[in-house]
Write a protein that binds this ligand. Sequence first.
Ligand code: Z5A
Length: 247
Amino acid sequence: MSPATGLFLVLEGGEGVGKTTQWQRLGDTLRAVGLDVVAVREPGGTPAGDHIRSLLLDPSSSLAHATEALLFAASRAQLLHDVVEPALARGAVVLVDRFLLSTYAYQGAGRGLPMESLRRVNALATGGRTPDLTLLLAVPLATAQARAAARGVMDRMEQETAAFHERVSAAFTEALSPDWQAQHPEVGPVVAVDADSAVDAVTVRCLAQLVQRWPERFRDAARAASGALTGAATSDTPVPPSAPAMP
Ligand code: Z5A
């Protein structure tokens, strides 16, 4: 049975840091211990959002920067309306691969669009919904780019210049500072997860962040994931026996 309060969790980071891999593994691990999990990705996650995703990522699309930002926000608005809000209302854990912080990093730092405009447009898109926690996967830029490049085909955003991706990466790092988070309360709390390790170890680290904040809800999942690993990975990121819960 789901607890009454839904939880809105986001995975973030530059391309190739392993978000989608962890998004799938976290979803599977949480479902395996009986949690109600809704896992969606941005852009997309709804029929309208999937059309918008194709337009945004197609290398043949020619989009003004403002058009791009509005399309990401439009996909977000539909996702909140169709999927996120209903799932949170029934008490589910909603796990999103990218959210508002990506807009600030890519369209703000990357494209150079004014932050205040992005903030206003996205206030309309999100209706004020703020993530309960964002896990920012941290990997050296060169490692992440090598992982992404190994996949071969590059979408419209991935084809951007090295300087663009460096600005994006720096913006994600800046979002970890308490000052930045105080100035951007709509993003919610952001914590770094060291993702420069084997996939299993990164999953355990993500779960350790969750169990630290919501021990009752996530301890079973964290134990299951830790138990499936070798002693080395488990001792690297132990599951806290008890920790203060977030409200
Ligand atoms: N975008 C935006 O501009 N503004 C917005 O508001 C939003 C998004 C919401 C979405 O593309 C693009 O939209 C994205 C940002 C922009 N563009 N860029 N660049 P997407 O959804 O297709 O892709 P992505 O979000 O960038 O993810 P990605 O490139 O697929 O990377 P990832 O999800 O972080 O990584 P992954 O797919 O899990 O892993 C990449 C490879 O590394 C893969 O072969 C894995 O098997 C491997 N991998 C994963 N983890 C590991 C570890 N731990 N060790 C070794 N290898 C690993």
